[in-house]
Design a protein around this ligand. Structure first.
Ligand code: MOS
Length: 754
């Protein structure tokens, strides 16, 4: 598909040489804009979900809905102390509760956070299981804890892990020489940004049903990765993976909290084996907040230097990330990758606390990192006296400096800037932050975004053609809500010249061909090309049959609207149905995503433009409008892609304004483990959201040219809101959530500084 051949000659090794890259840059830009686009009938257009009716009518089956003859309900007893030693545990009274079939101890020794599992029961109904939990006698020796970052970092604080200090360096990186960069700078600024711990809170809490059939285990799970759950279960139970089957039909979100096997799923399998009955464990909303992950907090200090004209000369990041009992997120990716800065240095520490382990949360690290970096850039722009958008354009990079300096295969961020600025009316912004008057001040802000955009090679799919004309598209992927089935139906239908409704999609079963887990925005760029590959093979097979029939070449056969045509003589045609009838038996075609050329960086890009209103008396922020522009290569389904953007922006608005897990210093327990005290955005808080896609295709990444979109719309939104608030009131919010109290504090600080 590429027009220019010269790029092909540039070998990987050369790409490390910056001199060579300079020559490439100009050419590179041309190549990506000149690429010949394949003409698609369905791909890129809006298609309604093939399973939409099933979902909205309540017929779609979620793990919560499952019920089997004789099924037991499992429940888990959790430690109420943030740090404690289990001295003794007695299950005998619990076993005597009527209806209880099994009770097991899950842990001995030291418990490191409030909410960790201690014991479990299985009973014939929920009430009996609940009662049994109350009858388990545990004797704890309560130990001192550190549940906040501040406490954990204090001298002499209780040590979270016996074998390591509470603060540990876990990431370091540099390119260029920051000291030199700071010497070259005309302006140097240093600012500290803080992001709170967020809870994933998917609409559907975690749930698993386990059933044994002899030596074989079948698990229905609300999961983003059926294969990772299968392999995790096999390891935990010490049985072969070949004896575990995991099924997932529908789920109500995951956002990273359902990527791998959960403790409760293993517990369900153990209880099922013990009782010989199917066992279902559903986590409560509180358990969801306690023990299945969260987005780690960050405390990021950025020091940056720039020339008077806005050229960045140095960026330095120091971060303290807190992921509870495990390390937090690296937040440096945006700073290392998105802008052209020749001198970058990063040092990140993790702070351990006696709180539940973090887990990847929609764009882990990049959400926190972008809040700090893109907020910092607006403060730097104001200091220099340059338009914040100009500052970003000034430091536009055509290569990924952190990814060994490779040029981006495609990068439409410049187009995002152009389209976004136009749609929001960028010229309306306050030229100087806070120059507006009155009680309610308006402001505009923006932020950019980068994300890993490519898929995982080895992801497989299969197309089955049946003589009755029906078509199956099969892959061991899963839909975490983004519309995987529709994406597969659209690509298969496009390739086979039929309609999406003609495709029966089968996913969510480990008996199907392997596919990567649904996280990391990987599904479309991994499963999409595999389905395309399988469908094109099926199409070629059918074309070959037609060609033989008519005595022409395969390439002379076209397939469109359920008919095969002789391109040279369109009058000669045969319907899809009539042709496949001649197959007599089913035919299967295997497809795979085999990867992309090395030597290029493959990333998704975007920019959000936001308009806010700030009431300077109450401190309340209203996000009025969000223009979310993304460049993700070829969009597969415009409708679900827009939904993905609306969802990501909504979640980001929520995190920017409301979301914060609060832990009580004294007891070490969560203060807000529910959805009334942990506020998430409601329809009243959601602004007008305008999703826009840059019309582009990545010619190298795969046979469909699509990059990942799941995470990108979640990344820049909080920074864009903070920047808009800055533009409105003239003082920058450096901490999310930006609550009314914090806005009032900022305004007070501004008064004092005057
Ligand atoms: Mo995502 S955090 O990989 O579900």
């Amino acid at each position: 598909m590429r027009k220019k051949a010269s790029l092909k000659d540039i070998k990987d090794s050369n790409l490390f040489l910056l001199e060579k890259l300079k020559e490439v840059e100009a050419e590179e830009k041309e190549v990506v804009t000149q690429v010949e686009r394949e003409k698609f009938n369905l791909i890129g257009k809006p298609t309604s979900r093939v399973d939409g009716r099933e979902i909205v009518t309540g017929r779609a089956s979620y793990t919560h809905d499952l019920s089997f003859e004789g099924m037991l309900i499992g429940k888990i007893l959790r430690c109420p102390h943030a740090c404690a030693q289990i001295l003794s545990l007695d299950l005998s009274r619990a076993m005597r509760v009527p209806g209880v079939k099994a009770a097991i101890q899950l842990q001995k020794g030291r418990i490191k956070y409030a909410g960790d599992q201690v014991a479990a029961v299985a009973a014939c109904d929920e009430k009996s299981a609940e009662r049994a939990l109350g009858e388990i006698k545990v004797e704890y020796k309560i130990l001192p804890h550190a549940v906040t970052v501040e406490r954990a970092m204090e001298e002499g604080a209780p040590q979270v892990h016996e074998d390591k200090p509470n603060v540990e360096k876990f990431f370091e990186y540099s390119h260029g020489d920051v000291e030199k960069g700071f010497k070259e700078a005309d302006v140097i600024l240093e600012r500290t940004y803080k992001t709170a711990v967020e809870i994933h809170h998917p609409l559907e809490t975690h749930a698993s049903v386990a059933r044994w059939e002899g030596e074989n285990l079948i698990v229905w799970d609300s999961t983003q990765g059926i294969f990772s759950v299968r392999d995790g279960l096999a390891r935990a139970l010490n049985i072969p993976a070949s004896r575990v089957k995991v099924i997932k039909k529908y789920m109500g979100g995951g956002f990273g909290s359902k990527l791998s096997v959960n403790d409760h799923t293993i517990v369900a399998a153990k209880l099922a084996r013990l009782t010989g009955k199917p066992v279902k464990i559903m986590l409560s909303r509180k358990e969801n907040a306690l023990c299945v992950g969260n987005r780690p907090s960050s405390l990021q200090t950025i020091k940056g230097g720039a020339k008077r004209d806005g050229t960045l000369t140095a960026l330095y990041l120091k971060n303290y990330a807190c992921g509870g009992i495990i390390p937090g997120d690296e937040c440096a990716d945006p700073l290392r990758e998105i802008y052209k800065c020749p001198n970058v240095k990063v040092v990140e520490y993790t702070v351990y606390t006696n709180t539940g382990a973090s887990r990847p949360t929609r764009a882990p690290g990049l959400v926190q990192g972008t809040f700090a970096l893109d907020g910092f850039l607006d403060e730097l722009a104001a200091e220099i006296g340059i338009d914040p958008l100009e500052l970003r354009k000034k430091n536009y990079s055509l290569r990924n400096l952190a990814d060994t300096g490779k040029p981006y295969s495609t990068k439409g961020l410049d187009k995002c800037y152009e389209l976004g600025a136009k749609a929001i009316g960028w010229e309306k912004r306050n030229k100087k932050p806070g120059e507006g008057k009155g009680r309610v001040r308006r402001g505009l802000g923006m932020a950019s975004q980068i994300w890993w955009g490519a898929g995982v090679p080895g992801t497989k799919a299969m197309i089955k053609l049946h003589p009755d004309g029906s078509i199956e598209a099969i892959s061991g992927t899963q839909d975490l809500g983004g519309g995987t089935r529709t994406m597969m139906a659209v690509i298969a239908a496009e390739s086979l010249g039929v309609s999406p409704e003609d495709i029966t999609v089968k996913i969510g079963d480990t008996d199907y061909p392997w596919a990567v887990l649904s996280g990391g925005s990987l599904t479309v760029p991994s499963v999409g090309p595999a389905i395309r590959d399988a469908s094109l093979k099926a199409a070629d097979f059918l074309k070959e049959k037609v060609a033989n029939k008519w005595g022409i070449k395969r390439d002379e056969v076209a397939i469109e609207e359920k008919r095969f045509y002789n391109q040279k003589n369109p009058a000669e045609s045969i319907s899809f149905k009539d042709l496949v009838r001649e197959l007599h038996r089913e035919e299967a075609f295997h497809g795979e995503y085999t990867g992309r050329p090395a030597g290029f960086a493959y990333n998704s890009f975007g920019a959000h433009f936001v308009e806010v209103e700030v009431d300077v008396e109450t401190g309340k922020i209203r996000v009025l409008k969000v223009v979310a522009v993304h460049e993700v290569g070829q969009v597969v389904n415009k409708k679900t892609a827009e939904s993905q953007v609306i969802g990501g922006v909504t979640q980001g608005v929520s995190a920017a304004l409301f979301e914060e897990r609060i832990v009580d210093e004294e007891t070490g327990n969560l203060v807000n483990p529910n959805l009334s005290d942990y506020k998430i955005a409601t329809s009243f808080d959601i602004p007008e959201i305008i999703p826009i896609f840059v019309d582009m295709v990545d010619p190298r990444i795969s046979n469909i040219g699509a990059k990942g979109l799941g995470e990108p719309p979640r990344i820049p939104i909080a920074a864009a809101i903070a920047n808009a608030v800055y533009n409105a009131i003239g003082v920058h919010p450096r901490e999310i959530p930006i609550t009314p109290e914090r806005v009032l504090e900022l305004l007070k600080r501004k008064e004092l500084e005057r």
